[in-house]
Ligand binder design. Structure first.
Ligand code: ADP
Ligand code: MG
Length: 294
């Protein structure tokens, strides 16, 4: 494209809440035939709230453990952690001082309190600690999964102490945006670190049949490499710290507004609104930019 066409394109983008940092992505956008979407914060609101906190221990032990849970999540930067601390705060719980805090990317966090190690996070994190969930916990978790809720587990070295259900609704515009892309012959994929059941429920709500769950940050970028190896031109849309590697790997990288600063630093396009319909708009803008000069 000519410099003038690019300038016009960048200007049109800005008018439509699409910030284009790198002109090259404006020229590549029209060739995109695969779009990879992150779930949390991209397809969903990204403002998760706790709907249920189900304890598996007696009341006196709950009173002892809740402040530890609070302390763990207060140190985590994950959106789910904020949902948990918000919920506990409302019930009058505050934190204690924990030691040896550690964040396990894509899985959760752990820390020690009075010589006992506590973890909060995914099923896999719990199982990696050598703790079996047990029938009761499984039943609880399953009832939440079917409603597209994310389920996280709070445990010590011996047992699961609580099951927490967190809802993060799909944005009203997500389904339409996915449909628009698919109608243009673009393959749409969803990637998430969340569990398979929740991923399936969200994917079906937005009309995506190709998705991967339990994906670690580095694997998001590997997945994009796989698509590229098949000859696809890939756009990645994400919002989190976890998405920066994948954004860097993609041919066209799009950060969602209100996402993490890291995502916006890496991405070559930023959508100021958190409205997913800006994604087909951005690709269309590229098409127009390139075609005017031909
Ligand atoms: P996503 O791709 O959906 O953004 P992440 O990779 O950020 O997922 O997180 C994957 C999973 O790890 C979450 O669904 C959750 O089960 C668990 N997890 C990570 N951090 C935390 C935390 N601070 N508290 C509870 N669970 C967590
Ligand atoms: Mg995310």
């Amino acid at each position: 494209a000519t410099p003038t066409a690019i300038m016009v394109g960048v200007g049109k983008g800005a008018e439509n809440n699409i910030l284009i940092k790198d002109a090259e992505s404006l020229e590549l956008g029209y060739r995109v035939n695969a779009v990879v979407l992150d779930k949390t914060g991209t397809l969903t609101e990204g403002k998760p709230t706790v709907t249920d906190l189900h304890w598996l221990i007696p009341t006196d032990e709950q009173v002892q453990s809740a402040p530890v849970l609070y302390a763990l999540e207060a140190q985590s930067e994950h959106p789910l952690a904020e949902a948990v601390t918000e919920y506990l705060k409302q019930t009058g719980v505050s934190g204690v001082t924990v030691s040896r805090f550690d964040s396990i990317t894509g899985h959760g966090v752990k820390a020690d309190y009075q010589g006992i190690t506590y973890v909060i996070g995914s099923r896999q994190l719990i199982e990696n600690q050598g703790i079996t969930l047990g029938e009761l916990v499984e039943q609880r978790a399953n009832s939440f999964y079917t409603t597209a809720k994310t389920v996280v587990f709070f445990a010590n070295q011996k047992q699961v102490l609580a099951v927490i259900a967190i809802a993060d609704p799909v944005k009203p515009t997500s389904r339409q945006a996915v449909e628009t892309l698919q109608r243009r012959g673009i393959a749409v994929y969803m990637l998430t670190g969340d569990n398979a059941q929740t991923a399936a429920a969200v994917a079906s709500q937005v009309g995506i049949s190709h998705y991967r769950a339990g994906v670690l940050p580095a694997d998001k970028s590997l997945f994009i490499q796989e698509l590229q190896a098949q000859g696809k031109v890939v756009a990645m849309v994400g919002d989190g710290i976890n998405d920066s590697q994948a954004l860097a790997q993609a041919d066209v990288s799009i950060a969602m507004g209100k996402g993490s600063d890291i995502a916006m630093d890496v991405a070559k396009m930023t959508l100021i609104t958190s409205d997913l319909s800006s994604v087909p708009k951005a690709l269309q803008l590229s098409r127009k930019t390139v075609l005017t000069i031909r």
